[in-house]
Write a protein of this length. Structure first.
Length: 396
């Protein structure tokens, strides 16, 4: 096996040498030709030139005629500006001179032209609306003049007249039964709630009405549900009833039963009424309060409970409604419930004394002498807070 491998290897080397030898020898022959005598080469070349006639110039050397592609072409038709198309010219209006024949089953119906209402003046309105105009003269709107505002705004403000709120009345004169031609107010009006309120908000859109559009009254009521601007039915506010309380009771019927048990809902509106605590036109507080919180609302009258105290009663500083019901109550001082049950809602961990000793906080024991009338304020009278150095337990 070793001899056979050796023979194969030697034969392969020999074959490669033969190939290399065949590539070298032709190159050496060409090199010998290049190294020949230059004189012999020159003579041979001259003899060849003398014997051979001159050849005609090749066809490729003949100058060619200019190619047709080099001829400048005329401008293409696409570059020529096109005339304006017929679609760009305005079409003449279509005129329907005569209706189509009945046999074809079609008719030409001319669309109604909307007439524009113009102002007719307040004197024209008085000719028909004599009674309301007399009542109107006694209201604050009729007496209001542009001079009541600042001098810079007098030019922008006009005197309030009928058409200031009801709109131009020329079309209303032509057809008095069609209520679409005049702005009217109330539940029978063809105008929506937002359209009716927008008339009032043209002037009453500041100060107390800032929250009107976002509060529950502004989203569900019309201005005329509470106000009557054509007559003085109430002492103030142009209300549509004799008192403010009666207007609120139309919707808040659950509060009507509390009127006889409440010092707040008194019959004398000069002392206190619903708007004393609530803002019917909107507020940023729960319950539409006129103040920033319940306590601030109460402090407007009960200023002695504001403090500051040396020892505070924390529920008092948090919210007055934790103990009181402002609209009415069957208990003393408008409390939610009687003592000691009201106090036991929080004070459930009262201290207990040892056996055989009287327990002052055993308020449910009828034999306890410390619970006379079962009232915690018998010993802790300063329930809202104490300013005494020894009043840590609200006893003095």
């Amino acid at each position: 096996m070793k001899h056979e491998r050796t023979l194969v290897l030697l034969s392969a080397i020999l074959f490669m040498l033969l190939i290399l030898a065949g590539n070298i020898f032709p190159i050496e022959g060409a090199a010998d030709k290049d190294m020949a005598d230059p004189l012999t080469t020159a003579v041979t070349t001259e003899a060849a030139t003398e014997e051979s006639p001159p050849l005609a110039p090749a066809e490729a050397t003949i100058p060619l005629a200019p190619v047709e592609a080099t001829v400048p072409l005329p401008p293409a038709e696409a570059t020529i500006p096109l005339p304006p198309s017929e679609a760009t010219s305005p079409l003449p209006p279509i005129e329907f001179t005569t209706p189509l024949p009945v046999s074809e089953g079609t008719f030409f119906i001319q669309m109604p032209v909307a007439k524009k209402a113009v102002s007719v003046g307040m004197d024209t309105c008085r000719q028909c609306h004599t009674g309301p105009s007399v009542q109107w003269d006694n209201t604050i709107h009729a007496k209001w003049k542009p001079g009541f505002v600042k001098t810079a705004k007098i030019k922008e403000v006009k005197k309030i007249e009928c058409e200031t709120c009801h709109g131009p009345g020329s079309l209303h004169l032509e057809d008095t039964k069609n209520r679409m031609y005049i702005i009217s107010f109330g539940p029978k009006s063809y105008d929506t709630r937002a359209e009716q309120n927008a008339v009032c908000l043209n002037c009453h859109d500041k100060e107390g009405l800032y929250y009107w559009k976002g509060n529950v009254h502004g989203r569900n009521l019309r201005c005329t549900d509470c106000h009557h601007v054509m007559d003085n039915l109430s002492g103030r506010g142009l209300l549509n009833d004799t008192s403010e309380r009666d207007i609120c009771f139309k919707c808040h019927t659950q509060k009507k039963k509390d009127i006889l048990r409440s010092p707040h809902l008194s019959h004398d509106e000069a002392k206190m009424t619903c708007s004393t605590c609530h803002a019917p036109h909107g507020s940023d507080t729960p319950g539409l309060l006129t103040a920033s919180s319940v306590n601030e609302n109460c402090y407007k009258c009960h200023a002695d409970k504001r403090g500051p105290y040396l020892f505070d009663h924390l529920p008092v500083q948090e919210n007055c409604l934790l103990c009181h019901k402002p609209h009415s109550s069957m208990n003393r001082a408008l409390l939610k419930m009687r003592q000691p049950f009201l106090c036991l809602e929080c004070h459930t961990n009262l201290p207990v004394k040892g056996a055989g000793m009287p327990d002052a906080h055993d308020v449910l024991n009828p034999e306890s002498r410390y619970t006379y009338n079962k009232g915690c304020t018998n010993c802790h009278p300063m329930i809202h807070g104490s300013r005494h150095p020894s009043g840590a337990r609200l006893q003095r």
